[in-house]
Design a protein around this ligand. Structure first.
Ligand code: PA5
Length: 436
């Protein structure tokens, strides 16, 4: 059973039954190539079976590391960039309270991030905080040579050793990296850090269901087995369902490819809940890095409503018609807050007091979708019942599977990222990096 529904009624003007029929054959062919490992980038398909094949020993080992480090860590620093941190952050921020950092009674460490920036002030402020808090860390890099996390690890490791001494510092470091090679692998082996492997066949942006995502998510106190169960149920569905109307991943890939051919070059992922911001950031990397190559690809953009309706709403409604929108809609909140009635009704909102905030938010969503369709923006809507580890697991696998199908339909290799090297080459030249 899957909980995620995809509605494409708001795109019907552009995405006709006839076009869906035409593109379906392409999508099913892409699925066949993906599952038979015959498509481009087929040495990077390890993510397909992670939900069904992850060794239970990994869960046990993560449980032990969490039990060992959580009680002595107020903070847990995740050092990584791109695919080595966005998935964990997306899940943690979707599940945790917006005000989690102020919760003094927390049983699990509050997760903070490093290695995703080179800002000097950021590291100064971080070290200031780490002076005052008990902490441990995970350093995550598949290549083990990426500059940003390497710089951050050096700075924070030195702080950790200064604070706790070398022996205790080693106990507080977890390394997640390649099984055999890379600078991080070598130092982790030499120092005897607790280590986890990123499988060769799983690229960074598809790695959230490896220890890259699982370890930080578990450290933050969330149930990674439920996350995996959600991914597993979505995997079974995506793989076995060939009816396009019943397979949301195929329908999403088909619809976005049709809209791209209709000249819609930008996809805006929108949500009405601020804690989904990093789901959008993760999704942007997944789709941008997978499809943006060979002079092709939909540009992924994201907005958080209703706040961005008061900034970008104008452009979406009346600006250049280059985008389509995909709304993420969550049916149920976890808590309720009522709006008090006021005798004077000075702000004229007494009519809202019989409604829940979720109902008001839902009507804002309905109104926005209607307005944007009227403004000639094709709209899709992904609905799921509530935000839990289980539904997030489904959402993650849904987006990954659809991304692979969509990339194959576009005719690109969705699993490489040659363009990412260009800035590094220039930066190394400017910095005078030695050849060896
Ligand atoms: O998706 C990708 O491959 C990239 O975003 C990488 O995850 C990112 O560049 C970090 O690489 P690494 O894990 O090797 O440090």
């Amino acid at each position: 059973m899957i909980d995620i529904k995809l509605e494409i009624d708001g795109s019907k003007k552009f995405v006709t039954e006839e076009k869906i029929g035409k593109f379906s054959a392409k999508a099913l062919e892409a699925k066949k190539n993906l599952l038979s490992r015959n498509g481009l980038g087929n040495d990077f398909l390890g993510w397909v079976d992670l939900p069904s094949e992850t060794d239970p020993k990994i869960f046990e080992s993560i449980r032990q590391d969490v039990a060992r480090l959580a009680p002595k860590s107020e903070l847990f620093v995740v050092i990584g960039i791109g695919g080595s941190y966005l998935g964990a952050r997306a899940v943690i921020e979707a599940l945790q309270s917006e005000f989690e950092s102020f919760d003094c009674a927390k049983k699990h460490p509050f997760v903070i991030y490093a290695g995703h920036t080179l800002s000097e002030d950021y590291y100064h402020q971080l070290l200031d905080l780490l002076d005052k808090k008990e902490y441990s860390l995970a350093v995550i890099s598949k290549s083990g040579t990426t500059t940003e996390p390497a710089v951050a690890f050096r700075i924070i490791k030195s702080h950790l050793e200064g604070k706790y001494g070398k022996t205790e510092a080693k106990e507080r470091i977890i390394a997640i990296t390649d099984a055999r090679k890379g600078a991080l692998h070598d130092i982790a082996v030499k120092e005897g850090y607790s280590m986890y492997v990123i499988p060769d066949s799983v690229g960074g942006r598809f790695s959230v269901l490896t220890p890259v995502g699982l370890l930080p998510i578990a450290m933050a106190g969330y149930d990674i087995e439920k996350l995996m169960q959600g991914a597993r149920d979505m995997r079974d569905h995506c793989i076995h369902e060939n009816d396009i109307e019943k397979n949301p991943a195929l329908l999403y890939a088909i619809t976005r490819n049709i809209l791209y051919q209709e000249g819609r070059k930008v996809e805006v992922l929108t949500n009405f809940l601020p804690n989904l911001k990093y789901i959008s950031e993760w999704w942007k990397q997944l789709y941008g890095e997978s499809e943006g190559k060979d002079g092709k690809g939909i540009l992924p953009h994201s907005l958080s409503f209703t706040t961005d309706l008061h900034s970008m709403g104008q452009y979406i409604q009346d600006g250049e018609r280059l985008m389509f929108e995909t709304f993420i809609s969550v049916c149920r909140p976890h808590n309720h807050v009522s709006i008090p009635s006021d005798e004077e009704n000075f702000d004229k909102i007494n009519y809202l007091t019989t409604k829940s905030l979720t109902e008001i938010n839902y009507n804002a969503e309905k109104g926005t979708i209607m307005a944007h369709i009227d403004g000639n923006v094709p709209v899709m809507r992904i609905e799921f019942p509530e935000i839990t580890e289980y539904t997030l697991g489904q959402l993650i696998y849904f987006f990954e599977f659809a991304c692979a199908i969509s990339g194959y339909m576009l005719g690109v290799n969705p699993f490489n990222q040659p363009g990412v090297e260009a800035y590094k080459r220039n930066m190394f030249k400017f910095l005078g990096k030695p050849e060896n």
